[in-house]
Write a protein that binds this ligand. Structure first.
Ligand SMILES: [Zn+2]
Length: 284
């Protein structure tokens, strides 16, 4: 399987760098003896995560999904999360695909956690500026509300200088749940990880690619009980995942991963006990 173009849409997977999170927190109640086989931890128990954005272009609209972690992070963050831009930056992978920041017309952010929205704004002469100056940015109205008034548990993930300036410059469009942004591009909202996370479905008449974001961050999370400790509500994630994966297997969707460092996308089939991978795109 390849990440082919989809009807009128040209499709590009854009690596934007890597970082690390605690392996135990990523796998929730799953014991380390199980997860360390597929997601090898470093000596601080952290596992590597990619930040793989998706760009689709129909010749008129150039739609970017997610912005990476960006370059505004303080030294302390770089260390704690081992943020690594030495191999990939979004600017580089964009330009290798033939695009510049100015070309982007739509930026869809699945939710405003820092590892997804950090590249939305950048500092220029000490001023925060939109990194995609000609784009409208899309976020769900419910996630916006969660981000501007985060609870104590999520406060560390919602950093206002990743998004507030977009609002001040009227670049941000807050949309209802399950909203059609363009012909062939719709959001699919889930609430277990955080309020109002919008997955993105890109479809033509025969194929659908879904940007799974943090509903299924790593290939390992295709297993139903593997649910991040970070999620606000694991039981909600479980039922959302079941519903989503049932539909994904029935309709043969291509599931695109933001955080899996080795696996770009899969197709799945529902078998008696679990969802079996029937096709996979590995990172080259
Ligand atoms: Zn994430």
């Amino acid at each position: 399987m390849q990440l082919n173009d989809l009807g009128k849409w040209k499709v590009f997977a854009l690596e934007s760098g890597t970082f690390k999170l605690d392996g135990g927190a990523m796998m929730g109640s799953v014991p380390k003896v199980l997860w360390e086989k597929t997601n090898k931890p470093d000596d601080l128990n952290r596992i590597k995560l990619s930040m793989r954005c998706l760009l689709v272009d129909d010749g008129i609209n150039r739609v970017l999904i997610e912005t990476g972690i960006g370059f505004k992070n303080p030294e302390k963050f770089l260390k704690i999360f081992d943020i690594d831009h030495s191999k990939y930056t979004l600017s580089n992978t964009l330009s290798e695909s033939g695009y510049m920041h100015n070309d982007i017309t739509h930026v869809i952010i699945t939710h405003l956690h820092f590892d997804h929205s950090g590249g939305a704004l950048h500092f220029e002469d000490k001023q925060l500026k939109p990194s995609f100056p000609n784009a409208t940015y899309y976020i769900s109205d419910s996630n916006w509300k969660a981000a501007i008034n985060p609870n104590e548990r999520e406060k560390v993930s919602y950093i206002s200088n990743n998004y507030m300036q977009l609002e001040l410059e009227k670049k941000l469009k807050k949309i209802p749940d399950n909203y059609k942004i363009l012909d062939g591009i719709e959001t699919y909202v889930v609430n277990g990880h955080t309020k109002g996370q919008q997955l993105v479905k890109i479809s033509d008449s025969s194929e659908t690619i879904v940007f799974c974001s943090d509903l299924i961050p790593l290939k390992s999370h295709l297993k139903l009980p593997w649910i991040m400790g970070y999620d606000l509500n694991a039981e909600t994630t479980l039922s959302e995942k079941k519903k989503f994966l049932d539909q994904a297997s029935a309709e043969n969707w291509i599931l695109f991963f933001y955080h899996d460092p080795d696996c770009v996308a899969v197709r799945i089939k529902k078998s008696e006990k679990y969802y079996e991978i029937i096709d996979e795109i590995r990172r080259i």
